[in-house]
Design a protein around this ligand. Structure first.
Ligand code: E4P
Length: 218
């Protein structure tokens, strides 16, 4: 399973890249706003800066909600850097935009997916990724991980090439559950990825190894 980091913070992206296991980055307008990035030129430059840090795909989201606006913004975002994947919301005009951009060879991440039906439409329209939001479903007492498993099964059954990009991952256990559910990618906060390292027996074992070494070597 691939790891994307879900942030627009350049320091966190650098830290994730330095770990050596990063496959890409996802952003959204809220994450860009959190970093104080405003104005078209600054926003575009920030996406380029992210692409310079990370080796893999970088999702950049359109703001328009109509077909013409989405394709015009999508083409402009895709032209910024070959690593850019255009993020399009799963609404009616969005599906039309996914079809249009995909047919032009522009890779699309169809976002705000909350049902198997939405994922089916996005895949049929040619999306490279669909982003089901696990945490936001869990927030309303609906099993977000179950949706990942259902979409992964459907894509396998119909041999869709669209990848399941599990989004809205809130903690480390979500990542493990995404592996079990068959997600192709999980986009996570950096803390959820580094949380995978934590095990008391690793800490205890290392402490013992060093203590034994130091007994003889001082
Ligand atoms: C990523 O593509 C999504 O925009 C993001 O994971 C949403 O996460 P949140 O529900 O924690 O805001």
């Amino acid at each position: 399973m691939k790891f994307f980091v879900d942030t627009a913070n350049l320091d966190q992206i650098k830290e994730a890249q330095d770990l050596g296991v990063l496959d890409g980055v996802t952003t959204n307008p809220s994450l860009m706003a959190k970093e104080g990035i405003k104005g078209e030129a600054n926003i575009k430059q920030h996406y380029i800066d992210i692409c310079k840090i990370v080796d893999g795909d970088v999702s950049a989201e359109v703001i328009a909600t109509d077909f013409e606006g989405m394709i015009s913004e999508g083409e402009a975002l895709a032209a910024l850097h070959p690593q850019i994947v255009v993020k399009i919301p799963c609404i009616k005009d969005g599906i039309k935009a996914v079809k249009y951009l995909s047919s032009k060879g522009i890779r699309v991440n169809c976002t705000l997916i909350f049902s198997v039906g939405q994922a089916l439409l996005a895949a049929k329209a040619g999306a490279t990724y669909v982003s089901p939001f696990v945490g936001r479903l869990d927030d309303i007492c609906t099993d977000g991980i179950e949706l990942i498993a259902q979409i992964a099964d459907m894509f396998n059954f119909y041999s869709f090439e669209t990848q399941v990009l599990a989004a809205s991952i809130r903690h480390t256990m979500h990542i493990i559950q995404c592996v079990e559910a068959g997600a192709d990618v999980a986009t996570c906060p950096l803390s959820a990825i580094t949380g995978l390292l934590k095990h008391p027996l690793t800490d205890k074992g290392l402490e013992q190894f060093l203590a034994d070494y130091n007994k003889l070597n001082g």
